[in-house]
Design a protein around this ligand. Sequence first.
Ligand code: ADP
Ligand code: ZN
Ligand code: MG
Length: 490
Amino acid sequence: MRTALQTQEKRTYQAVIGLEFHVHLATRTKMFCSCRVTYGEEPNTHTCPVCLGHPGALPVINEKAVELGVMAGLALNCEVAPRAIFARKNYFYPDLPKGYQISQFDAPICTNGHLDVPTPEGTLRVGITRVHLEEDAAKNIHVGESGRMHGSVGSLVDYNRGGTPLIEIVTEPDIPSPEAARATANHLRAILQAIGVSEADMEKGQLRCDANVSIRNPDGSFGTKTELKNMNSFRFVERGLARELERQQQILESGGRVEQATMHYDPETDEVHELRSKEYAHDYRYFPEPDLLPLELTAAWVSQVKSRLPELPEERRARFVEQYGLSEYDAGVLTADNELASFYEEVAAEADPKQAANWTTGELRARLNEAGIDVSESKITPGHLAELIGLVENGTVSRSAARGVLATVFDTGDSPSAIVEREGLASVGGDELSGVVDEVIAANPSEAERVRAGDNKVVGFLVGQVMRATRGNADGGRVRQLLAERLNGQ
Ligand code: ADP
Ligand code: ZN
Ligand code: MG
């Protein structure tokens, strides 16, 4: 994004981004009834008069949901409100049988926190405006080829999802770029998963993100924002924001004005288009939910919840620096992804921790990004990586051959030693390597002579010849050493 915006010679544009997350809480039952929370089951099999909105049915607050919501707020350094109030948010849609959603409005459970996001440029502090509790709506299923409402032949409603406990997390507009928005979202997800508040599986719709974005006015004040709705992948959050910023920039450059609107990003066409004009809080006629008492959260209860908070990614990061001697940056990269951090710890238990970090943050992460999967979905295990590091350390394979082995483990799930054996990748060493060095010297007498005369530039050429003869399966340092011994008597 930054490059795109800064290629304009005359002006640079400053992006302003704030995110809103909807997160399913990891409770067994729904927010206001005892129906089970389920995914992918037969539609409309987990419903009752409460979550179907039958007249006269009364909601009962799920205590576990309150606890998880508060836990999330505490992990985000929020203040927990001593008194929180549920409110009705009124609107009509088939996925909302009551005609209103029970949410929180002016008295949410948590406010005023922050999140420290590790980025390549350093730590970015993103303010957390609020965390509030609410229930999810049901799921609309649009029948037809596209699966979207547009062009569908009819719509069905699955009320199993209706009433699932949610928290909404709202950030301050503190995020300066689409890349930073993605990093913020990733870091937030890592925290939620680490503390067990949510599985935050985006494919199951357990975590959804809306992104608000504007371009700062020349005088530094905020510009008009638009909102990109309901993105279910952080890659799309980043790409959608970049496209929307380009659109806003073009409007401003042609002398136009950005209009407040709700936008949709289509990853297939990589385009944004307007969904509807923006709605405002007053459109919802919020009022306190008369069927529920205010939530009174005592200091004693809150401190109990706090004492149960497990290690947070920031704490884990500090521990990685301390315990394994990693750089702040590597520790940050690892702990930004809860699964990757756990994977790393298992590798580091069996192999050199620094090598384990290099391989995990470097080669392994590159393969994961390429495949677009999480480490738990890949075929490689911590045992595999520890074994591979061992093979490099004891000189069985060269570092460059090991990279290829890792790629093969990644694709096949076979063990590194089996792959080395099968593909004949074992390093050439010992007498065999000495023999190859002698042959190369004999075959290149004039180059060898120049090295003897002290022309070190030619050493690289001879090293290259040895590597070629061993098909890359030799340790470069060892080859240099052998050449020096032969030619310079060192
Ligand atoms: P609304 O009244 O539209 O709901 P809010 O002030 O409640 O707006 O903010 C909603 C989200 O939009 C928050 O995440 C906030 O950080 C973000 N936001 C607010 N103003 C801007 C802006 N000018 N540019 C980008 N994001 C913004
Ligand atoms: Zn129910
Ligand atoms: Mg708002």
